[in-house]
Ligand binder design. Structure first.
Ligand code: FES
Length: 264
């Protein structure tokens, strides 16, 4: 069945749609940034090298769940995967933040528009005439988002631990602070802000309550999360950049490209 201005019941005009602004710019930018991130993160995830420069750990490799990790004495290290695991340890853990972002309500909108033109923008018809929404496999799996949220909280807690140990020097003494400490700190703050601004988080905290007045503490949290939620799109992008930059910083220090400037 025809779509857009050619759909049955619409005025018969030649144009496929009537938008004259640069509606294609936003999906084009989305595709460019996401492709760049996918290329970078795939390279880093498979590299299995230069992800640790005491006391800094790349967020792509934390927590390290395989025996074949670099020795990271101060960081969250739990070798649940024995010596049979020969691939990069990042591949074990990245599935959780990846699943969280892939099923995120905002990213869904962004990549449906950017990659699938479904639709590319408001009032621009999609090329397909059939639409089953997210009611069938595989898109019905998007409903797992609320479960990925719980894993995302665990990952954020572990990254917070990584920031804490970034205030210790290589001998374990407190009081160290380098540029890397600040880079990891900025990243974890953005990760927390993005995670707590999640629509599922907002529902978990304040959903299904009939009377806010009977739940004043949850109401307070819900108000806080609701304020963050209005910035979810911005936080989605900011935290995507920050996690890549944090990994890049650790990579540059670990590979010897430059020395971490130390303030204390
Ligand atoms: Fe975006 Fe949950 S809706 S992270």
């Amino acid at each position: 069945m025809a779509t857009g201005t050619a759909a049955p019941g619409r005025a018969q005009i030649e144009e496929r749609h009537l938008r004259t602004d640069r509606w294609w710019l936003s999906p084009a930018v989305t595709v460019t940034i996401l492709v760049a991130f996918i290329v970078y993160s795939t390279w880093r995830a498979f590299a299995n090298d230069d992800y640790f420069a005491e006391p800094y750990v790349s967020p792509f490799y934390s927590p390290c769940l395989a025996e074949n990790c670099d020795s990271m004495p101060l960081s969250a290290n739990a070798p649940l995967f024995g010596d049979w695991w020969s691939l990069s340890p990042a591949l074990i853990i990245l599935i959780f933040p990846l699943g969280f972002r892939l099923t995120c309500y905002y990213y869904r909108k962004a990549y449906y528009r950017g990659f699938w033109a479904s639709p590319s923008a408001c009032a621009v018809p999609e090329p397909r005439s059939k639409y089953s929404g997210e009611t069938k496999f595989p898109l019905i799996m998007q409903n797992f988002h609320r479960y990925f949220f719980y894993f995302a909280v665990i990952v954020a807690l572990i990254l917070s631990w990584d920031v804490l140990i970034a205030f210790r020097d290589e001998h374990g003494a407190w009081g160290h602070m380098g540029l890397g400490t600040l880079v990891l700190l900025a990243n974890v703050l953005l990760i927390w802000a993005y995670t707590l601004s999640c629509h599922s988080c907002r529902h978990i905290i304040g959903g299904r309550l009939k009377h806010f007045s009977k739940h004043p503490v949850r109401y307070k949290y819900w108000q806080f999360v609701s304020r963050l939620n209005t910035k979810h799109m911005q936080l989605a992008w900011a935290s995507l950049f920050s996690v890549a930059l944090a990994d890049l910083y650790v990579y540059l220090v670990a590979s010897g490209a430059f020395d971490d400037p130390r303030f204390f």
